[in-house]
Design a binder for this molecule. Structure first.
Ligand code: ATP
Length: 313
């Protein structure tokens, strides 16, 4: 049985190794990135069985994505689409503190995900379904694929986990609010950055925002606040989690890591407090390494942030 099934778009990522204008980068590092596969890799590293459904182009970047997921132990259910290229994202740092991501994804293979790509048996056999608010913005077909996966999961009693993941390059705040209000109402567990959550609901504090999201339906809402930590609203009760103090070099991917840590705890039957701790640890690991998922911890790594010795032999 699969622990978690997820679907969405993963792209090749080109990353400038230094700081400054992209035009002066003499070379770019090649990797991959996508919210759902970042989450899948995070869960796989923590020992869970994860499957990812998506589309890639019949090209080298598509092969890179499948190869990376296989190497990370993720069951890659990619449809190879000969009619469109694998999407691209380019990450650069204009200053030490500001990361910029440019997307080349319109019309990409990943954006052509459709309900036919979603294997209902795989969803039914999973313990959790994980979807993000990025996929419905990619195309009408991709939006239908998300709705179909949610329908199948709900009919089978498989809990639905949703990450808001607002992407301003894909749609405006009104369209996002309309779509995500519907999706949140059909989710059991919601992950949201505080800022993007405010695009969907109101509230003064992070706890208020979490309670407003929970009022739409989900029994568990996690509102993340970067280095300020996170607030959980679980079955009406609010809990606060502090972030681990680390030196952040790349903030992208922290939310996906946090979700992986939290769901890992949930799959292990841990208490909410322990799920939050694993989530915060995973989030802290993600920001200490350049790359969206490369820094994600294994189970053994989790203990390292409280290790007393700086050198382990
Ligand atoms: P992204 O969309 O870039 O993946 P996000 O905005 O969804 O990220 P954040 O709120 O930035 O997610 O971070 C999620 C969690 O990761 C935080 O709640 C915190 O536990 C951890 N985290 C993020 N940034 C830091 C940091 N600088 N130091 C320590 N922990 C961090």
């Amino acid at each position: 049985r699969v622990d978690v099934v997820t679907l969405g778009e993963t792209m090749a990522m080109l990353r400038a190794p230094g700081i400054g204008l992209l035009r002066h980068a003499a070379s770019l590092d090649v990797s991959t990135g996508g919210a759902e596969t970042n989450l899948a890799i995070g869960l796989s590293r923590l020992g869970h069985r994860v499957a990812w459904i998506g589309r890639v182009g019949a090209d080298e970047f598509g092969a890179l994505i499948c190869r990376t997921l296989a190497a990370e132990g993720v069951d890659c259910r990619a449809v190879e689409d000969p009619g469109a290229p694998t999407g691209l994202m380019i990450k650069s740092r204009r200053t030490e503190a500001v990361t910029r991501v440019n997307y080349y994804r319109r019309g990409s293979a990943g954006s052509r995900l459709c309900p036919r790509d979603v294997d209902p048996d795989l969803v039914t056999r999973s313990r959790l379904l994980y979807v993000s608010g990025i996929t419905p913005a990619l195309s009408a077909d991709a939006r239908e694929a998300v709705r179909y996966a949610i329908d199948v999961a709900r009919a089978a009693g498989v809990p639905v986990c949703l990450s808001l993941n607002y992407r301003a390059a894909l749609w405006g705040p009104e369209a996002f609010r309309a779509e995500l209000t519907e999706l949140v109402a059909r989710a059991d567990l919601v992950f949201a950055g505080e800022g993007e959550a405010r695009l969907v609901v109101g509230g003064d504090t992070a706890e208020d925002v979490g309670r407003s999201l929970a009022a739409l339906g989900p029994g568990q809402v996690l509102v993340t606040r970067g280095e300020l930590g996170a607030v959980a609203v679980v079955e009406g009760e609010a809990l606060v989690a502090r972030a681990y103090p680390v030196r952040a070099v790349d903030p992208v991917g922290a939310g996906d890591a946090f979700a992986a840590g939290y769901l890992s705890g949930l799959l292990d039957g841990e208490s909410v407090v322990d799920c939050l701790d694993r989530a915060s640890l995973a989030g802290a690991f993600a920001v200490t390494v350049p790359g969206d998922w490369e820094g994600l911890p294994s189970r053994a790594d989790l203990a390292l942030l409280s290790a007393e010795d700086a050198v382990l032999r």
